[in-house]
Structure formats: C-alpha cells, structure tokens
Write a protein that binds this ligand. Sequence first.
Ligand code: AHM
Ligand code: MG
Length: 333
Amino acid sequence: CNIQSKQSMHTLGEFLIASQQKHPASTGEFSKVIHALRLAAKVVSHKVNKAGLIDIIGANGVTNAQGESQQKLDVYAHETFIGSLTNRKIVCGIASEEADDFIEVHNSTENPESKYIVLIDPLDGSSNIDVNVSLGTIFSIYKRISPSTGPVTQEDFLQKGTEQVAAGYILYGTSTLFVYTTGNGVNGFTLNPAIGTFYLSHPDITLPPKGHIYSINEANFATFPESIKDFLKNRKAEDQKYTTRYIGSMVSDIHRNMLKGGLYLYPPNQKSPQGKLRLLYECNPIAFIVEQAGGEAISMDQRIMEIDPNTLHQRVPFFCGNKEMVAILKSYL
Ligand code: AHM
Ligand code: MG
C-alpha cells in the first residue's frame, strides 16, 4: 500500500465527513458509531501502552464465555468499548467475545432511529498481554433485522458476514492503527499519541497478489486434518520459497500479511475441533477486510462470510490471505 504523503494528511474525522458527504441521505448515525469506537480505541491504546508500568497485568480470576481465563486488560477493553458505545446511545445492541449474551443497549422506543448493532472482540491476542507483544480489537457492524419497535433479538446478531455494513480492527503495535472498511476498500489510520489524532496512513490497502508468508500454530500439527498437513509439508518442500511468521495475535498476523502478502491458517485440531477462532467476533470482520483488500477468507469448504451462524460464540476453521495462496490451499482442501 502507499503511505499517504505528508502534504495531504487526513484525519479519521475528516475522512468520515468526506465519506458521509458522498451519501446525501446519510443521517450521520454510522459516523457516530465509528467516532465511539475511535474514542474507545484511544483509551485502550493508552492503557495497553501503560500496561508494563502498572499492576494491571495478570489473570483477574474470572473466566470468559468460553471458559478461558481473562486478564485484566481484556475486561478493561470490554468495559471501555461497551461504555463508549452505550453512553452515546448510538447502537441498539452489542455482543462481545467477553460476555455470554448480547447486550440490549436501550429500548428502541426511546431512540427509534438507532439501527446499528456492533459485535466486538475487545482485546484479541490476550495471551500476549503480559509479554508486551502487539494486541488488537476487532469489530463488526450490522443493521438490525428485527422490528425497530421492540428490543434487539439474537437473530440480529446471527447474521451472515455478507450482511456486514462495516468491519475493522485496531492494532496496538509499535503504533496504534485503526483499519476499517465499509465495503469500498480498506483504509488505515495511525494514531499520533501526542495529540490523540488518527491520520490516514494506509489509504486503500491492497494485498499483494502473491505472498510468501504463512502463519499458523504448527505445534498442533499432529492432529490437523491430512489436507492441511499435506499443504504444510509441500510448502516446506519448496525450499526457501516460503517463510513462517506467527505472533499469536490475530490482528498483528493478519495486518502483516495484508501488507506483505501471506496466508493465515487456524485449522481444526484435537484441542479445538472447530478451530479456535470465533465466527462472529474474529472471522467475519477479518474476512470482510481481507476480501475488500483483494484477498480471500474461507473455512474448510465455504467462504467465511456465507456461513449461517448458529450461536454467538461459534468457532470455525479459518484461512485467509492473498488469492494465490488461498487457491493453493483450496487445491488441498
Ligand atoms: P483470544 O481471543 O483468546 O485472544 O484468542 C484469539 C487468538 C488470536 O489472536 C490468535 O491468532 C490465536 O488466538 C492464537 O491461538 P494459539 O495460541 O492457539 O496459536
Ligand atoms: Mg479473540
């Protein structure tokens, strides 16, 4: 991707105004949702950067909806994003990877025009918190499908990924990046922490057509499906053509692969028979972004965004990256 020249610096706020002006019928409601996410991103970014300095690291003794131990920053990020979205009353429902059930933000009769729901993984890659490694937030925005006269229902959250209005991630890395798509390409904004402003740094992110990186937790190799084992063995057989990079923070692994070209894989294995990643909070939003950047995202035999979700915390095998590498993988699947 091109890095925006200093002469034409756009902030995320300016970019949103310009995008809104292209849609004269727009009420500005969508921009408000992004504004709320942007605010929470800045707060979480600040906290993540301070994490090494204060006594916030470590499990807090409770487990999340899937029974995994949570760490304090997970909870902090969850509360920050939920708080930012609910205080402004701009969405009618939220589902978070860190909560068992969805949250009805307020009765729609109080605010009948609120039509958006947000699904969020507030702090992904949480196993990296206590070692100062990059973390991320992943979000997905849909329009509710239940009648606006009543409360949101589970159906509003169990929509296919193809119905997403927008999706994005925030990468808390060496810099903090806010990357999102509304279905018209992917743009990335880097936070200038000194003044708390996101600047357009990665306009129109496009995956290179070819890639040479693959990212996978290969320690699970013994119980991967045979097709995946064959795929991996043959990548290694092509001496020095490929390299592995795996951080274990999905946002970081995906972001690097989007810029450099590569394939991310989380196949099923004995420990995680459906794979580890959640369809609604992780796979669908990343799939939307990767497809918008010219790549592909699939499960074992289906496009990720066409999977009909059954439950809020459903997991699916997940593979995504540039088209050429996904095509090679498909020939094994
Ligand atoms: P989390 O939501 O509990 O943080 O788990 C998701 C993370 C992804 O960011 C990452 O790609 C994956 O789990 C790593 O899993 P593993 O440690 O099994 O390789
Ligand atoms: Mg996660």
